[in-house]
Write a protein that binds this ligand. Structure first.
Ligand SMILES: CC(C)(COP(=O)(O)OP(=O)(O)OC[C@H]1O[C@@H](n2cnc3c(N)ncnc32)[C@H](O)[C@@H]1OP(=O)(O)O)[C@@H](O)C(=O)NCCC(=O)NCCS
Length: 227
């Protein structure tokens, strides 16, 4: 049994269809004699339940494979990435494989699309970028990314974000892409701005990172922001 406002997600064909139950206050039908009126709203939001391969001349976004474990072991010692992601903070191979298997299950879990960012020539994984679906019913999805320290400063995040954003805005029912970035993280908000994301404001004490509440800049990209 679902509850008010809860989103139900049911796989339909090769897509994901969702519906929500909306409880209105005050009641639209006072003659019912109850304090609420329940109405079902079925919204067809069908996104593909297969991870695509997105490629251009600069890089490839593809599924994680076990062979990417060395990248995960590498970034497990990064001072920031394990704090903001589920990347393990221990560099052992079992934890790295467990992370990769979680990414491979993200779409089955309807959490979102988790891509490895890879070099188009060597197929070496350089980082991760994900498009996450919890607010798909409201037409909003969020994006998160990281690049291993030794691969930074070469435009990898910029190209990966541009690629996933173009694809993401083409998904049915997606009207807005969102990014949450800490004010100190200039590398990340410059990446966002280079791709055309607009800063909308500061979300104060928005989330806990490590053991602290942190402010976040809210960035968004709408279809009309693209050239
Ligand atoms: C943020 C991050 C993904 C950027 O990756 P990257 O591949 O090095 O970024 P790019 O090379 O594509 O650079 C994109 C823009 O950021 C700028 N930039 C990159 N590193 C920077 C730094 N350390 N300080 C200031 N600006 C920086 C670049 O100059 C570029 O802007 P420009 O084109 O206007 O010059 C990377 O630093 C990272 O993984 N950080 C840790 C995880 C993280 O913070 N993720 C984002 C959470 S919101």
């Amino acid at each position: 049994m679902d509850t008010a406002g809860q989103v139900l997600a049911t796989p339909v064909g090769d897509g994901l269809r969702e519906r929500r139950q909306v409880v209105h206050f005050p009641p639209f039908k006072p003659t019912r004699g109850v304090g609420e009126f329940v109405c079902w709203q079925t919204v067809d939001v069908s996104v593909p339940l297969r991870l695509p391969r997105l490629e251009d001349t600069h890089l490839v976004l593809r599924a994680f494979v076990d062979g990417d474990a060395h990248l995960i072991q590498d970034v497990s010692t990064d001072p920031f990435i394990p704090l903001i992601t589920s990347v393990p903070d221990v560099p052992d191979i079992e934890s790295a494989h467990a992370f990769i298997h979680r990414q491979q299950a993200r779409l089955d879990d309807h959490a979102g699309y988790s891509f490895a960012i890879a070099d188009p020539a060597s197929n070496e994984a350089l980082g991760q970028i994900g498009l996450w679906l919890p607010n798909l019913m409201q037409g909003r999805v969020s994006i998160g990314y990281w690049v291993a320290a030794r691969h930074r400063g070469r435009g990898i995040a910029r190209h990966a974000l541009a690629s996933i954003s173009t694809w993401g805005l083409g998904l049915p029912g997606v009207h807005r892409l969102e990014l949450y970035v800490e004010p100190w993280n200039q590398a990340s908000w410059r990446t966002a701005e280079r791709v055309g994301y607009q800063r909308e404001g500061l979300l104060r004490s928005w989330q806990t990172v490590g053991e602290e509440r942190r402010d976040m800049y809210m960035y968004s990209l709408l279809p009309r922001d693209r050239p």
